[in-house]
Design a binder for this molecule. Structure first.
Ligand code: PGA
Length: 249
């Protein structure tokens, strides 16, 4: 059976206590959006309180985790700590972490395994830069990222992959429907090359998803949900995106 589309919000480094109100509003609306799985990933400082105020009506996740469970890693947070705070998922390998923190695909794979170890859904991000796309290398770039970032044993219950073209993140520019379809079909092929167990792994699209383009994107071949940045900060906008997810047969 196909899984529901996953509509995930990535708040990045945004959100203070007052913004918990938005999470509460999203949780209150979730009952009328039963055809989508809803997840909000606030900054780590809000994970525990977000989990508390939503009380399981939506899932709460982290935005990154360390590969180890504990130890002398000042400033880092482990997957176990996220789980202990009430998280059910964690984003790993977001392009902002790959770029600003020099994260390699090998490290991302270890973080995904840490997520599994702690019982979290790992949302593994891949995506090409603008220059890689202009040079026609986008399919190869994502293929290599998938091969190196997705650990052996990935399956739908433990893993989602997010395709986020770097040039579409926070820019208001979205990949065309044809480009999204071509890349998602390619990613599915790459996943299946790794293992049959990835057959039902959801492939999310991310990059300037908003209410106006969500329905079209979510109806695209092999798109199993969305990873939403800017438009996830306001409950109303985010819920309109989630409502655009359609019932799958
Ligand atoms: P955006 O961010 O929706 O603001 O483009 C998406 C993301 O980085 O996950």
């Amino acid at each position: 059976m196909q899984m529901k589309p996953l509509i995930a919000g990535n708040w990045k480094m945004n959100g203070l206590s007052g913004n918990l109100r938005e999470v509460e509003l999203i949780a209150a609306a979730a009952g009328s959006i039963p055809h989508a799985d809803i997840l909000i990933c606030p900054p780590a400082t809000l994970v525990a309180r977000a989990a508390q105020v939503t009380g399981g009506r939506i899932a709460i996740g982290g935005q990154d985790c360390h590969p180890e469970a504990w130890g002398a890693f000042t400033g880092d947070i482990s997957a176990e700590m996220l789980r202990d705070s009430g998280a059910q998922a964690v984003i790993v390998g977001h392009s902002e972490r790959r770029q600003c923190h020099g994260e390699t695909s090998e490290l991302v794979a270890r973080k995904a395994q840490a997520a599994w170890r702690a019982g979290l859904l790992a949302i593994i991000c891949v995506g090409e830069s603008e220059s890689e796309r202009s040079a026609g290398h986008h399919l190869n770039v994502c293929e290599l990222q998938i091969a190196q970032s997705v650990p052996v044993g990935a399956r739908a219950g433990t893993t989602a992959v997010a395709y986020e073209p770097v040039w579409a993140i926070g820019t208001g520019r979205t990949a065309s429907r044809d480009d999204i379809a071509a890349m998602h079909v390619h990613i599915r092929k790459c996943l299946l090359n790794l293992s049959e167990s990835t057959k039902a792994v959801r492939i999310l699209y991310g990059g300037s998803v908003k209410p106006a383009n969500a329905a079209e994107i979510l109806r695209t071949d092999e798109v199993g949900g969305a990873l939403v940045g800017g438009a996830s900060l306001m409950a109303d906008e985010f819920c309109r995106i989630a409502e655009a997810a359609f019932e799958r047969p």
